[in-house]
Design a protein around this ligand. Structure first.
Ligand SMILES: [Ca+2]
Ligand SMILES: [Ca+2]
Ligand SMILES: [Ca+2]
Ligand SMILES: [Ca+2]
Length: 391
């Protein structure tokens, strides 16, 4: 069942200019059926190769993909000027020298600072030093967490290293301004593809340490099937030991994980259509049996935890990628789905949610832009609006 309380009728897909919609590179089945469905839509709708919607603008429109979002506060603020109280969003975009990470702030009310036409900053400026590609390879799939005590953002991403290592996982500390503090550090590399990282502050229920460790999870295809791995990192960015396996299916893929620091969820292929499965953490290690956390009758993919919530993508032949979401209760189980965002014949891809603000990448204008919507308990509060568009 698919809720669609927030259904809109905006947008016509310009199939002629739409790029291959997305999906996680690690999920070939989804990629294949999206491509097939785009072709089917083209025929069914009888669309001609119309002029791109952005034909009048100066220069080509660029694609903003795989967004991530944090809400930043200053718990030690003594007055209004010391408060931060704003969102920072990061995404991937190719401005001519390969895919890289860009970022931009949003006000407390979720509107873009500088307006939706402001194009954002490059998070990693030209960096040199040992271990760096020269020039860096393509970067993909940023995820981040805000550390209020340090007033900094911890950003994880994957970077293509060429052969033989393929994709590796990196992390970098980022100031609230959005600029990296120093060089990225390699979190997990070597043979095979390490991709789709996700990060949270680890919520230990024992230990009593005032330090807040990060838990970084990602998928790894070194052993042919995708499996979920994890790394624990001190808040100064130094990792505690090498990556360990969090979950490996017996004969199926476990891909594209997300974590809230208490549980790790992923796209699980054990059934006929993919579902979101999860396993709890205790003292930073997997605890108990894996269990089905959420899912629909369709393929479910691109999950992301927010505070008390989980959002993800489903795919429909008529409406493309759509967003669903559910509340996640303290026992790390869900009820729902109760949020749906459906725009016919356009993709609402890679949803993320932080402090009630839902953010995603949307190709209703024939190429991907970033859109947001306010929510309360994963229910829509008003229409969606653009936070970054270059159409
Ligand atoms: Ca690798
Ligand atoms: Ca499913
Ligand atoms: Ca859609
Ligand atoms: Ca765009």
């Amino acid at each position: 069942m698919k809720a669609n309380q927030a259904q809109t009728d905006l947008g016509t897909l310009d199939v002629g200019s739409a790029q291959q919609p997305t999906s996680r590179a690690g999920h070939p089945r989804i990629r294949a059926f999206i491509g097939a469905t785009a072709a089917a839509l083209f025929l069914a709708a009888g669309l001609s190769a119309a002029q791109p919607a952005y034909a009048q603008r100066q220069g080509p429109a660029r694609e903003q993909k795989t967004p991530s979002l944090v809400y930043m506060t200053n718990p030690d603020a003594r007055n209004r000027t010391e408060q931060i109280d704003s969102y920072f969003m990061a995404w991937v975009e190719d401005r001519g020298s390969g895919a890289d990470l860009y970022g931009k702030r949003l006000f407390q009310n979720g509107l873009a600072q500088g307006g939706p036409d402001k194009q954002g900053i490059q998070i990693l400026r030209q960096l040199t030093g040992p271990g760096r590609n020269d020039p860096p390879g393509e970067r993909a799939d940023p995820d981040m967490v805000y550390n209020a005590q340090r007033q900094e953002i911890y950003v994880v991403f994957s970077e293509f290293k060429g052969e033989p290592d393929g994709w590796d996982i990196y992390a970098v500390r980022v100031a609230v301004s959005g600029y990296a503090k120093g060089n990225p550090r390699l979190i997990a590399g070597g043979p095979g593809d390490q991709q789709h990282p996700d990060v949270a502050i680890l919520n230990d229920d024992r230990g009593g340490s005032s330090n807040e460790d990060y838990v970084v999870v990602f998928d790894d295809n070194t052993r042919d099937l995708d499996e979920i791995k994890m790394v624990r990192v001190r808040e100064n960015g130094i990792q505690r030991g090498a990556a360990t396996t969090l979950f490996a299916g017996e004969a199926w893929n476990a891909t594209d994980p997300t974590t809230n620091g208490q549980v790790v969820a992923w796209v699980d292929d054990r059934d006929a259509d993919s579902e979101i499965w999860a396993i709890r953490l205790r003292n930073g290690i997997p605890n108990g049996e894996d269990y089905r956390l959420a899912g629909t009758d369709d393929d479910d993919f691109a999950p992301n935890f927010g505070t008390g919530s989980l959002v993800w993508n489903v795919y429909d032949a008529a409406s493309g990628a759509d967003i669903v979401g559910v509340q996640v209760y303290p026992n790390q189980r869900t009820r729902g789905p109760n949020l749906g965002i459906v725009v016919p014949a356009a993709d609402q891809s890679w949803p993320v949610i932080a402090n009630g603000l839902l953010l995603w990448s949307d190709n209703r204008d024939g190429q991907f832009d970033l859109y947001a919507m306010r929510t309360v308990n994963v229910r829509s509060r008003g229409r969606e609006y653009a936070v970054l568009t270059d159409r």
